[in-house]
Design a protein around this ligand. Structure first.
Ligand code: FAD
Ligand code: NAI
Length: 475
């Protein structure tokens, strides 16, 4: 006997679980199906983000940053420590506890909002009168029927051809988050977000980390000035980069992993490491979804085809998050989930792609919103730039972390903020002010005229806004 719902959500990551909660808030009968299992085989909702992404990576970044501070920076504060040690098993255990707290939190939220949770794999069975039948294969096999289906099945790590993940020596994000002991030599392929965050964790704990990147330049999506400053800082910390690397072979048959590649000059090189993280992007996941049963359209890369409103080619079927176009970010998935639930309710949910912030949680942190200088130039937009270094900010000096700057880009004529780019301490938190400002179509002068607490890092934001008009006060 099929169970009837108004909305069935397939996938319980940030796109899916948030869509389910919002739909329930709007008065719908909602089911959410998620297949992720914890180490005891129980449900672990939250998707990539909670289990092997945003949350565990930030837990390890925090632990390793504490170690780095204790090892190299406490001395500046007059604190000396003897016999400093890192217990990697404990660090990973703490990370697992943080993950579990988040899994449990989502199960609690489902109960609170009366979302029916089904632990198992959801797949399209067939279209039926007025909706769709979804089969759930899990601890119990069920059939659900709903007029509206939201697909939020996320993404998986992309493997290098000829080098499948074994999660022992060739690691995806999953294996990279549960390395049991500090590898003496760690290789990373791809100097994107995961490569930088995971490379930083293990570099801080003592690994010699080499990152091989195919592109000739660093962090092409970031503002060039920010990328340059960040690269300088990472190299100073000891991360080694090889740009323009063309990987020809990954051999894991011996004790470690040997990577053969041609460098930017075309010279053949080999790199021998104990473990290799491959972080070269992610692919949309529709494994087991059975889209053919209902004729759900995928593109040539395997993504579900949607319009600007996350509508698929099928009436009543929507898709959000990593499985569709757009940046693969948890907050983008969440925004789409909320908007779709509201659209199902006849409301006008909206996601503003122009103000989605990006954050890389390295040290220094990197965060931006809006367009970069190179994009504005390419778009032929006349702009003014203003930059303020953390070196001239009192709070940053007190923290002992003066790397980087805040940079504003504003329209040359109207002064409207077009982009804000930050490299430095707590950039992840500072960027929110810029997002709010851009949502409200603020000018640089608006920010320059707002009172910011002293001493705070946010004064660097105000000063960068002042710099657009060439009138910084502290620099
Ligand atoms: P997912 O989180 O992938 O969730 C999909 C869920 O659907 C999974 O639980 C999966 O098991 C389930 N599922 C799939 N198919 C089925 C099926 N047929 N039936 C039932 N269940 C199914 N983003 C940020 O914004 N900030 C960060 O700091 C950040 N850090 C990251 C760090 C790492 C190491 C990685 C890998 C990613 C990180 N991301 C970060 C990206 C972020 O994790 C994703 O953008 C986000 O998880 C996408 O959410 P989603 O709901 O679309 O998919
Ligand atoms: P990415 O797209 O950020 O970076 C991939 C890098 O690998 C690029 O620099 C690319 O040029 C390089 N590359 C691709 N093929 C290569 C090859 N064959 N050899 C060498 N280099 C190659 O992808 P990544 O790091 O895997 O992360 C996936 C996604 O997860 C990110 O794009 C982001 O959306 C999300 N994420 C977000 C985080 C955050 O918001 N802080 C943290 C981690 C991941």
């Amino acid at each position: 006997m099929s169970k009837q719902f108004d909305v069935v959500v397939i996938g319980g990551g940030p796109g899916g679980y948030i869509a389910a909660i919002r739909a329930a808030q709007l008065g719908f009968q909602v089911a959410c199906i998620d297949e992720w299992k914890n180490d005891k085989g129980g449900p672990a909702p939250g998707g990539t983000c909670t289990n092997v992404g945003c949350i565990p990576s930030k837990a390890l970044l925090q632990s390793s940053e504490h170690f780095e501070q204790a090892a190299h920076h406490f001395g500046d504060h007059g604190i000396t420590l003897d016999n400093l040690k890192m217990d990697v098993a404990k660090m990973v255990g703490r990370k697992n506890t943080v993950v579990k707290q988040n899994n449990d939190g989502i199960l609690y939220l489902f109960k609170k909002n009366k979302v029916s949770f089904f632990h198992g794999r959801g797949s399209f069975a067939k279209a039926v009168e007025g909706g769709y039948e979804i089969a759930v294969a899990g601890a119990a096999n069920e059939t659900l029927t709903a007029k509206n289906v939201i697909v939020a099945t996320g993404s998986n790590a992309r493997a290098l051809p000829g080098a499948p993940f074994d999660e022992e020596k060739i690691l995806s994000n999953d294996g990279a988050l549960r390395i049991g002991a500090v590898p003496a030599k760690l290789g990373v392929i791809g100097s994107g977000v995961i490569g930088l965050e995971m490379g930083s964790v293990w570099r801080r704990l003592g690994s010699e980390v080499t990152i091989l990147e195919a592109m000739p330049s660093f962090l092409a999506a970031a503002d060039e000035g920010v990328a340059k400053e960040a690269l300088k800082a990472f190299q100073k910390q000891g991360l080694k980069f090889e740009f323009g690397a063309k990987i020809s072979k990954v051999d894991a048959s011996g004790e470690g992993v040997v990577i053969s590649y041609a460098n930017a000059k075309g010279e053949e090189q080999t790199l021998a490491v104990d473990k290799l993280i491959v972080s070269i992007g992610r692919v949309a996941n529709t494994i087991g979804l059975n889209p053919e049963a209902v004729g759900l359209q995928l593109d040539e890369r395997g993504m579900i085809v949607v319009d600007a409103d996350c509508k698929t080619n099928l009436p009543g079927v929507w898709a959000v998050g990593d499985v569709v176009r757009g940046p693969m970010l948890a907050h983008k998935a969440e925004e789409e989930g909320v908007a779709v639930a509201e659209r199902i309710a006849g409301q006008h949910g909206h996601v503003n792609f122009a103000t989605i912030p990006w954050v890389i949680y390295t040290s220094p942190e990197i965060a931006w919103v809006g367009r970069t200088e190179q994009q504005l130039k390419a778009d032929g937009v006349a702009y003014k730039a203003g930059q303020f270094p953390f070196m001239a900010n009192g709070r940053a000096r007190a923290l002992g972390d003066t790397t980087g700057f805040v940079k504003f880009l504003a329209d040359a004529k109207t002064d409207e903020i077009l982009g804000v780019h930050i490299v430095g301490p707590f950039a992840s938190e500072l960027i929110s002010e810029a997002v709010v400002a851009m949502e409200f179509k603020a000018s640089a002068e608006d920010i320059a005229r707002i009172c910011h607490a002293h001493p705070s890092l946010s004064e660097a934001t105000k000063e960068a806004a002042l710099a657009v008009d060439k009138r910084t006060l502290n620099f």
